[in-house]
Design a binder for this molecule. Structure first.
Ligand SMILES: [Zn+2]
Length: 230
């Protein structure tokens, strides 16, 4: 096969059907994180490696992501019964992917995670990534749908440490703001800003986000007043 300057082929042994396949991954030199959105969506320069995070077996349709934990023994039986047996023809999305194919790959791994009853936090992160891909696609309605699912799953999630706990609190406030649930967002950000035990990192994130929101909201209001006066 010709050398591809953008991708390399990662070899995968399918955990379900045991066949081998290769799937594209973005070469490390082909992307750079330049900044992040307020809900931690990484903004890349160059290619977007998120499109290739999920490996999907072209033989049986099993979908795999590195964050999955229940991928053995009895869980594989559940995955076979609840996911594999329900699949139509498996997709072949092992080469260059469109945004829609990347969205499909995360929806498949979401179904795998649901079948094996993975923790809410893992499911929530998948819902977030689906929402981010819709954001890139500029499909606002679908983005909001998945942000709502993510928020619901995050409220059922438990973090394993203090930093993770603060991240969950922040995300709950942030997603509430994006979903237009302003009261809940305000409560969440205030708790982080005023909390004695809260780290400076999340205090600052919360303060900046809430101030930016209030400021841009006032701008909009002033614009409206100006228009009415004219
Ligand atoms: Zn397979």
């Amino acid at each position: 096969m010709a050398f591809n300057i953008y991708y390399y082929e990662s070899k995968v042994d399918c955990n379900n059907c045991k066949k081998n396949f290769t799937t594209y991954k973005v070469r490390p030199g082909r992307f750079k994180v330049v900044t992040q959105d307020t809900d931690f969506m990484p903004i890349y320069e160059g290619l977007n490696p998120m499109l290739y995070e999920v490996a999907v077996c072209p033989n049986c349709g099993y979908a795999f992501h590195k964050s999955l934990t229940r991928t053995y023994g009895p869980f594989m039986l559940l995955i076979r019964e609840m996911y594999i047996s329900q699949l139509q023809k498996p997709m072949n999305i092992c080469k260059e992917r469109t945004i829609d194919e990347a969205i499909a790959s995360f929806k498949l791994v979401y179904l795998v995670a649901r079948a094996s009853m993975e923790e809410s936090l893992i499911m929530a992160n998948f819902a977030m990534k689906i929402a981010w891909l819709y954001r890139i696609k500029e499909d606002k309605e679908s983005e909001m749908h998945y942000l709502r699912s993510a928020r619901e799953l995050y409220t059922k999630s438990f973090a394993s440490n203090k930093e993770g706990e603060e991240r969950l609190q922040y995300l709950n406030a942030e997603l509430s703001l994006r979903l237009g649930d302003i009261e809940e967002a305000k409560r969440g950000f205030s708790r982080l800003i005023a909390g004695r035990e809260v780290s400076n990192k999340y205090k600052n994130y919360a303060r900046k986000r809430w101030e930016d929101y209030k400021y841009s909201n006032e701008e909009v209001k002033n614009e409206e007043i100006k228009k009415e006066e004219e």
